[in-house]
Design a binder for this molecule. Structure first.
Ligand code: ADP
Length: 699
């Protein structure tokens, strides 16, 4: 075996280890990178040493050390993949902590307990020469399994990071992911080979050296791209579904098994690793091409010129836009998704969305495909005149051509990443004549200038984003004011009760000072205190019931009976005619007390809806299609249609001066907890009918 390649790879890995070590201040994950590279360097150095050793015994020991060190790699690369370019690194570490500890613990256990069984000893094999393949013992096989799964987990995490990146961020991270990916893929590959043939083949292992050289140099490009800029990506933790890594690793393990059996059968084992290596190189090259924005742009232009396709797939962009603005309710997330949409649609790597914070003209960073994402970083301040002009214009403009200080500040806040990225365009995000933010789009692939078509697309998406931001802002305000209104109404009611209780208690206290010796007074005072406590309890109980679903005590009951009992409790004023109609329905399972309280509430409402001179109320019970119905009809003032549709049954909506607007809200809750519903028919000036409908038993 030639010594030059492993020696060269050692140097590359050492250089990367040192470079990574210098970065540890940027992020602790570089420590793992450095350690990973040191492990690779040690591996290559050992291989170089092996290549120059002739004595099988010494070589056997070195091989064993190599295998043990290789077993450390999965854990180390997993740690790196969890932290690299991630804004939520701490969260990723927490999620994977158990797995990482398990990997290191398994490694230690296998290395310590299975030290003798990592490789099959030389005398046991009875072979004289070292290469080309060293048989692996049972502990060695376990270690190879650990390597396959650990490296696949690291690779899967790197893939996740790459998937979360768009625009400039992707440009920065993709070469590191591809380079390191190549090294990890080869690690999985050679561990897979070792598993299949139960031996460490020198030929398969030599491919690791090549991968380290190629991948290491690719990673250098990646490192250079993140040298000065922090990249903060937020990959979603989600499952592994749709992961290319898992798919490819799984396929590889299955296919390699089949191919290995075939080649064993036809005897072509020697050339197989080389073929697999070429396949891997082709896969890597294809992924680099697929990830290249230049290639995408070139294909777009080619298709437009020769296939007469429009530059943009408006249908798709519009669908995506509508889907995002329609389904996302958090402004920060909306901005992020729209920045990514702008970046992919316009092939501009750096898109930054600034949101206007209040009315002072202060811009705050909302999303960016090039700047590390820290929500709400303060940006430049727009003076009132500039903000007004932008809102009036609502057109994309060339940011480079505006000499004003605010434009200068905006340019500095979102600097261009590429020297030849072309002019930056800015699009004011407005709606309803207000400026809600600004989107800055720059760093187009090959610095392509913005055509009219590009501007139109930018404007359309910008307008849409502006309108959605305004919508979100308005609904936020509406919600806040509703909450405030509800709170005020509720507190007014409860404060009234509390005040009454407090004043009766304070009166009592004053009298107590004078009459405390009088036993009759003390007796009375105790009673008053008891009554106050009951009132307070009742108040708390009512407050509590507003939130909870009520507890029900359901038993078979005769609805007609319950209705009669409830009516008997109500004092009917003079001038009001109360009719009791209908036949008694069959018994249903319900909570008597709750049904009675619903009926009482409906009848009281009906009474209050009647004019002072009186009217007619009819309460009927009936069965229709096996449903039990209680209807309360009055010929009172009725309700406007708008009120029935939007306010009835909502808490605190009342038209009465002393009303609280809780009765119907609570009634509906009670009826629904029985699986029933309340139907309403009402006509202004003519009266209303409230129908409580209980479903047929077993329906
Ligand atoms: P409250 O009676 O305390 O106002 P409710 O929830 O029982 O609370 O009723 C809410 C509102 O619905 C009432 O203020 C009234 O405007 C309207 N309403 C309820 N029942 C009737 C009815 N039978 N006729 C007319 N309006 C009604």
């Amino acid at each position: 075996m030639h010594i030059l390649l492993p020696a060269g790879a050692t140097l590359v890995a050492l250089a990367l280890a040192v470079w990574g070590g210098l970065r540890t201040r940027q992020s602790p994950s570089w420590l793992a990178f450095s350690a990973g590279m040191l492990l690779l360097a040690a591996d290559e150095a050992l291989r170089a040493a092996l290549a120059s050793f002739a004595a099988p015994a010494a070589a056997f020991d070195l091989e064993r050390w190599r295998l043990v060190l290789a077993g450390l790699r999965p854990g180390v690369w997993l740690l790196f993949s969890l932290g690299y370019a991630r804004g939520n690194a701490a969260e990723s570490f927490r999620r994977w902590r158990a797995a990482a500890i398990a990997i290191f613990a398994l490694w230690a256990a296998i290395a310590a307990a299975g030290w003798k069984h990592l490789l099959v000893a030389v005398d046991a094999r009875g072979a004289e020469e070292v290469a080309p393949a060293t048989p692996v013992g049972p502990a060695g096989l376990l270690l190879q399994i650990l390597i396959v799964f650990g490296l696949a987990a690291a690779l899967e995490n790197l893939e996740r990071t790459l998937r979360a990146a768009v625009g400039t961020m992707r440009w920065r991270v993709k070469f590191m992911v591809i380079g390191l990916g190549a090294i990890l893929v080869m690690g999985i590959f050679s561990a897979g080979q070792a598993l299949l043939y139960s031996s460490v083949s020198w030929r398969a292992e030599a491919l690791n050296t090549l991968a380290l050289l190629v991948g290491g140099l690719t990673a250098v490009v990646g490192m250079e791209r993140t040298r000065r800029a922090t990249v903060d990506l937020y990959p979603s933790p989600g499952g592994m579904r749709g992961s290319l890594t898992i798919l490819v690793t799984g396929l590889y393990l299955v296919l390699a098994g089949v191919v290995a059996q075939l080649s064993l059968a036809v005897g072509g084992i020697d050339t197989m690793p080389l073929k697999s290596f070429l396949i891997m190189v082709a896969l890597l090259a294809a992924s680099a091409v697929l990830l290249s924005d230049r290639v995408k742009l070139w294909w777009g232009e080619f298709a437009m010129r020769y296939l007469h396709r429009p530059r943009y797939d408006y249908g798709r962009i519009w669908r995506e836009c509508a889907e995002k603005t329609g389904s996302i309710v958090a402004p920060a997330r909306l901005c992020r998704e729209m920045a990514e949409l702008l970046s992919t649609a316009l092939e501009a790597l750096s898109v930054t969305v600034w949101r206007m914070d209040g009315t002072r003209g202060q811009l705050a960073l909302a999303a960016s495909t090039s700047l590390p994402h820290k929500d709400g970083i303060a940006g430049p301040v727009l003076d009132a005149a500039a903000a007004r002009r932008l809102a009036e214009d609502a057109q994309p403009f060339n940011l480079e051509a505006v000499p004003a200080p605010w434009a200068e500040a905006l340019r500095a806040a979102a600097p261009a990443t590429f020297p030849h990225g072309g002019d930056r365009m800015a699009m004011p995000l407005c709606a309803g004549g207000h400026l809600l933010g600004v989107a800055v789009v720059g760093d187009r692939v090959r610095g392509r200038p913005f055509t009219n078509e590009d501007r139109r697309l930018l404007r359309t998406i910008g307008d849409h984003l502006g309108a959605s931001l305004l919508n979100l802002r308005l609904s936020e305000r509406l919600l806040e004011s509703r909450e405030m209104e509800a709170f005020q109404k509720m507190s007014a009611f409860f404060i009234h009760d509390l005040k009454n209780t407090a004043s009766s208690l304070s009166l009592l206290l004053e009298n107590f000072r004078v009459h405390s010796e009088n036993p009759a007074f003390r007796q009375d005072a105790l009673k008053s205190i008891e009554a106050s406590v009951t009132r307070l309890r009742d108040l708390i109980g009512r407050l509590g019931r507003l939130r909870e679903t009520p507890e029900t005590n359901k038993q078979p009951c005769q609805v007609a009976e319950v209705v009669d009992e409830a009516l008997a409790q109500i004092a009917i004023p003079r001038g009001v005619r109360l009719l009791r109609e209908g036949a008694p329905p069959p018994p249903i399972t319900a909570d008597r007390r709750q049904i009675a309280s619903v009926v009482t509430n409906l009848v009281l409402n009906a009474l209050q809806a009647l004019p002072p001179e009186g009217g007619e109320i009819s309460v009927s019970t009936a069965t229709r299609e096996r449903q039990t119905i209680i209807a309360v009809r009055d010929n009172g003032r009725g309700m406007p249609r708008e009120f029935v549709e939007n306010s009835l049954f909502h808490p605190f909506r009342t038209t009465k001066s002393g009303g609280m607007g809780i009765g119907l809200f609570q009634s509906r809750m009670l009826v629904e907890s029985h699986g029933g519903r309340i139907e309403v028919e009402s006509e202004e000036g003519r009266g209303s009918v409230f129908r409580v409908v209980f479903p047929a038993a077993g329906a």
